[in-house]
Write a protein that binds this ligand. Structure first.
Ligand SMILES: Nc1ncnc2c1ncn2[C@@H]1O[C@H](COP(=O)(O)OP(=O)(O)O)[C@@H](O)[C@H]1O
Length: 176
């Protein structure tokens, strides 16, 4: 499956937990009517979570099972995939990869408000500081399809959504 077989682009919204992936994906989905594929929810819904990982305080993800389930959803295009990881998806799935970013203090406040403390909080802040997801995206996808979006303020939130809507319009003009 290459982009040529899709009439609508598949978009990946990725980044550290708390940067605003769900907020952006939901607004975008309401705006352009593409389904919002929240990978963590799909994993739960389709029983792709194995036993609990005590180090990361979350269940292990059965990636192969999840990918098999998602393959059919991705085939026609027009999906917004939201996940805090990106390297295990097939590269051919995505036409645009958006890495959402937030500054340390903003992220700290958001994750504390979510109830994160201790190692879980620190690991996520470090993940953002070390640009782990940005590097993961850059090493997994062609550089020309990866974009970094700062998402600290309401103003940035709306301009990010608008920017992705415009990106989709350009993609359609170039690919259909
Ligand atoms: N641009 C923004 N400005 C202010 N608050 C935001 C912004 N984006 C997200 N938030 C808030 O930050 C928190 C985390 O956002 P969320 O979308 O759940 O992040 P993620 O899906 O990446 O874990 C939520 O409370 C959300 O309302």
């Amino acid at each position: 499956m290459t982009a040529k077989h899709r009439n609508l682009p598949n978009i990946l919204i990725t980044g550290t937990p708390g940067v605003g992936k769900s907020t952006i994906s939901k607004l975008l989905s309401e705006r352009i009517k593409y389904p919002w594929r929240e990978v963590s929810k799909l994993a739960e819904e389709y029983s792709c979570l194995d036993e609990y990982d005590p180090e990361y305080q979350c269940p292990f993800l059965n990636e192969d099972k999840l990918l098999d389930i998602m393959e059919g959803m991705m085939a026609k295009g027009g999906n917004i995939v939201d996940y805090h990881g990106c390297e295990f998806f097939p590269e051919r799935w995505f036409d645009g990869v958006f890495v959402i970013r937030a500054n340390n203090t903003t992220l700290y406040d958001r994750l504390s408000a979510r109830g994160y403390t201790g190692k879980k909080l620190e690991d996520n802040i470090q993940c953002e500081i070390f640009e782990t997801l940005l590097e993961e995206a850059q090493s997994s996808y062609k550089p020309e399809i990866v974009q970094e979006l700062q998402n600290n303020t309401e103003e940035q939130l709306h301009s990010n959504v608008e920017g992705i809507v415009q990106w989709i319009e350009r993609w359609k003009e170039d690919n259909i």
